[in-house]
Design a protein around this ligand. Structure first.
Ligand code: HEM
Length: 263
């Protein structure tokens, strides 16, 4: 136990913590971007709002969420400690500590990129996560045609004490069966938020930082964990660059742009 703690406290131990927490955050990004793709659906936000209910009420996912918050904190605090330790080592003195492997712009600026991401994340959580959990997100009632599955127009805003997500079937005046879905309308909050040009710019800067952070971070975490292989290393590098460094940041960036331009 003592030697385990010693290892975790050492510089290599801290790098291992960065790698493992970073990879966990990458898996979150994959889930988050896939879920958020529902924002692009032409259904007045129903699928997105239902997905949010699932993510915030299904117990196993709630537990993973707490793990996620802890992981973000550990990753951020640990990176600060590592940067400070590196600075100290440099001040003591070796100028020629250049490691040719990690001399890309992104690798040298992981601290700055991470700081931009942290600012992005704090704003992001305040805008959506806090708003959903503790703010006054409006409630909406959707009507869905049971035969075609089509959402029948804009949802109705509903108010009242003690509302909770639920659905039921009713028959309308023409005898059609309609599924009525009552949910918090986080979609409306997202749509409204992205009418603000400053917020859209912050998101775009955040996604550029995410792209650079990922291009270096993903493959570097495998290196730290000692995973090196003639076949797999190029594959890992490809996934890091294409999936995490290009596709995911572009998809995220498309969301504020989509609402801002009202596409
Ligand atoms: C740019 C497009 C994005 C949109 C539209 C978006 C939207 C949302 C919304 C609506 C929520 C609150 C509801 C929920 O928990 O699902 C949320 C939560 C969250 N988002 Fe995002 N997000 C985006 C990008 C990102 C990025 C790039 C990151 C990380 C770098 C991120 C990290 C988080 C975290 C950590 C939470 C809290 C998750 C939880 O409580 O389980 N988001 N996001």
């Amino acid at each position: 136990m003592g030697s385990m703690l010693k290892m975790l406290n050492s510089s290599i131990g801290q790098k291992v913590i960065m790698s493992l927490t970073g990879l966990f955050l990458c898996s979150f990004l994959l889930v988050h971007v896939s879920g958020n793709l529902q924002l692009f659906k032409d259904d007045h936000g129903l699928a997105f709002n239902q997905y949010t209910v699932f993510m915030t009420t299904f117990t196993p996912i709630k537990i993973v969420s707490y793990l996620l918050y802890a992981t973000i904190l550990i990753h951020a605090i640990n990176s600060l400690l590592l940067t400070m330790a590196n600075r100290k080592a440099r001040a003591v003195g070796y100028q020629s500590r250049k490691d040719p492997r990690s001399s890309s712009w992104a690798s040298k600026n992981m601290g700055i990129l991470g700081t931009i991401l942290l600012i992005f994340l704090i704003t992001h959580m305040a805008n959506f996560w806090y708003q959903y959990k503790f703010g006054d997100t409006p409630w909406a009632e959707y009507s869905v045609d049971l035969n075609s599955g089509m959402v029948l127009g804009e949802p109705i805003v509903i108010e009242g004490e003690d509302l909770h997500p639920h659905e039921y079937v009713r028959t309308d005046a023409s005898g059609n069966e309609v599924n009525v879905v009552v949910v918090k309308n986080l979609y409306a909050v997202v749509k409204e938020a992205f009418t603000q040009p400053l917020l859209v710019v912050l998101y775009l800067i955040g996604m550029i930082a995410l792209a650079y952070h990922m291009v270096h971070g993903f493959q570097s975490s495998f290196q730290t964990l000692g995973i090196r292989h003639n076949t797999y290393t190029p594959l890992i590098r490809g996934i890091g660059i294409w999936l995490f460094g290009i596709i995911i940041p572009l998809l995220f960036a498309a969301m504020p742009v989509y609402f801002f331009l009202q596409l």
